[in-house]
Design a protein around this ligand. Structure first.
Ligand code: NAD
Length: 485
């Protein structure tokens, strides 16, 4: 049983799909592990750390992959890069299947069994394998760190001999995995934190973190299926906008994370709302990959609008690559472990396992996932070159399939259904061509490597004006909040 770990080829992706810890576990299961030279460098894992863990470091990708029964990767590798792998080799990666049927067909034709880790069902057994959660959690943390570095003031309240510094007001929109971590991080940094969500259940979680939950009285609960939100009606949207417009004008930092399965990210913050904020305010749009929650967001970029900074960077978890790799690798190990017979020290895949069925895209030369099976014929391998992205840029343009995917075989969990409809994955900002924020598209989630841009945007200087804070555009009519946040 040979397992290969490749260096990522998506431009600038700093994460890696195995760490010395996971390598050592795999070796313990009887595997031979080959790691491509330099694979872990951007995550601070030197080749010799892998060697110490029992891996063999190979000088090239082809040497690492040669004869491999399993390939571990952050992003779906191109079929051509896996040419020497064993027949039927398993590929575990963020596969980004939506809109990439030709690339999938090529992998199928190469006889590989590709698993899309982002389609992992959201059930208790699979939590340890959930790459969306592990990476969204880190993105939520990093969003606050990014904001704090651009924000020109201290976050915590400080009572000093020279005077009192007030706590920064931080508002988090969307209290899912990323939002809750953003709340927790902002609280730890001493911010006065408030948050909103359209699911009533999120209120308790927000308050358990010590933040203030705000929600319009008009919106009782917009929970959809599988723990996700449903799209708001026009009236509900108007009520939410009224609440937000009043609240946002008083905030220093806003982190948006709101997503709805199978839809572009809801637009929650208008240009006028941004302009109502005080000079030096900062917004981070974690929904940038799906078009953004903020009207002004430019996916992949940090921009200044008048005196306010809007961070639309992708793959924020890639900025803490060492940690992101640690958790991502553990997700992969946990899934792969279910496919290893430890006594026989060999692969033994239960093709009927619900996790396998939910994530398996290709097998025995065909695309087998129910959401993509039809596309195997539609996108023969010969068209792959023309259609498949030379670079993961195409990840950005993954299109949502027409129907939501309760059919994904995800045991009624919602995660696979969500991803199946929403598409998956994001991409390194610096590798993507300019693209339009998703309008009809509803792609991706996590990922996008270490941004090389300076922490503080150049335009930041413009935010350092002495202009007075503008008043709130409107006082919300119906809301639950208080004057502290
Ligand atoms: P998500 O990424 O789909 O959306 C982020 C948040 O945005 C959600 O909380 C959603 O309710 C909210 N949202 C949508 N529209 C909004 C709007 N107009 N205004 C404000 N907020 C809006 O969500 P997620 O992070 O994947 O998590 C969704 C739920 O699933 C959470 O309750 C989470 O705790 C749960 N979850 C469960 C598991 C598991 O059981 N294994 C794993 C991960 C997450």
């Amino acid at each position: 049983m040979k397992i290969a770990v490749m260096r990522e080829r998506v431009g600038g992706e700093p994460r890696v799909a195995a760490t010395p810890e996971t390598v050592s576990k795999l070796v313990g299961f009887g595997a031979t592990v080959s790691v491509e030279k330099g694979a872990g460098e951007a995550s601070r894992i030197l080749d010799r750390f892998y060697t110490d863990a029992g891996a063999k470091v190979e000088a090239s990708a082809s040497a690492a992959v040669k004869g491999a029964d399993v390939i571990l990767a952050v992003w779906r590798p191109e079929a051509s890069a896996l040419a020497g792998a064993a027949k039927g080799a398993l590929v575990l990666a963020t596969a980004d299947p939506f809109g990439n049927e030709a690339a999938l067909a090529a992998l199928a034709k190469a006889g590989l069994s590709v698993f899309a880790m982002e389609l992992m069902p959201r059930i208790t057994r699979a939590q340890v394998m959930d790459i969306l959660s592990s990476q969204a959690n880190l993105a939520g943390y990093q969003a606050v760190i990014e904001a704090s570095m651009v924000y020109d003031r201290a976050l915590p309240m400080m009572m000093t001999a020279a005077g009192t510094v007030r706590a920064a007001k931080v508002f988090v929109m969307g209290a899912g995995v990323a939002g809750l971590q953003a709340i927790a991080t902002a609280k730890r940094l001493g911010g006065a934190v408030s948050a909103t969500d359209v699911r009533a259940a999120a209120g308790e979680q927000v308050e358990s973190l010590g933040a203030k939950f705000i929600m319009t009285e008009a919106l009782k609960d917009a929970s959809g299926t599988g723990g996700y939100a449903r799209e708001l009606t026009k009236d509900e949207q108007a009520a939410q906008a009224e609440l937000v417009s009043g609240h946002i004008a008083k905030q220093d930092i806003v982190i948006t994370t709101a997503l709805i399965p199978g839809r572009p990210a809801p637009k929650l913050i208008t240009k006028a709302m941004v302009e109502s904020m005080a000079p030096g305010s900062v917004l981070v749009d974690l929904a940038a990959e799906r078009g953004g929650n903020i009207e002004l967001t430019v996916p992949g970029q940090t921009i200044a609008h008048k005196d306010v900074t809007i961070i639309g960077l992708l793959n924020l978890q890639g900025k803490i690559a060492a940690t992101a790799s640690q958790l991502y690798s553990k997700n992969l190990l946990a899934f792969l472990e279910t496919m290893i017979d430890k006594d026989a020290k060999a692969l033994k895949v239960d093709w009927e396992d619900e996790l396998v069925k939910a994530t398996l895209l290709t097998r025995d030369g065909a695309i087998v996932h129910p959401n993509f099976a039809g596309s195997a014929e539609a996108a023969p391998a010969k068209t792959a070159t023309a259609k498949a992205p030379a670079k993961p840029a195409a990840k950005a343009s993954a299109k949502a399939p027409a129907k939501p995917a309760a059919k994904s075989g995800a045991s009624g969990t919602g995660r696979a259904a969500k991803v199946a409809t929403a598409g998956a994955v994001s991409v390194p900002a610096e590798e993507k061509p300019a693209r339009k924020p998703a309008a009809a598209k509803a792609p991706a989630r996590p990922a996008a490597p270490r941004a090389t841009a300076a922490k503080k945007p150049a335009a930041k200087a413009a935010a350092k004006t002495t202009a007075a804070k503008k008043p709130a555009a409107k006082t919300p009519a119906a809301k639950k909040t208080d004057g502290d946040v």
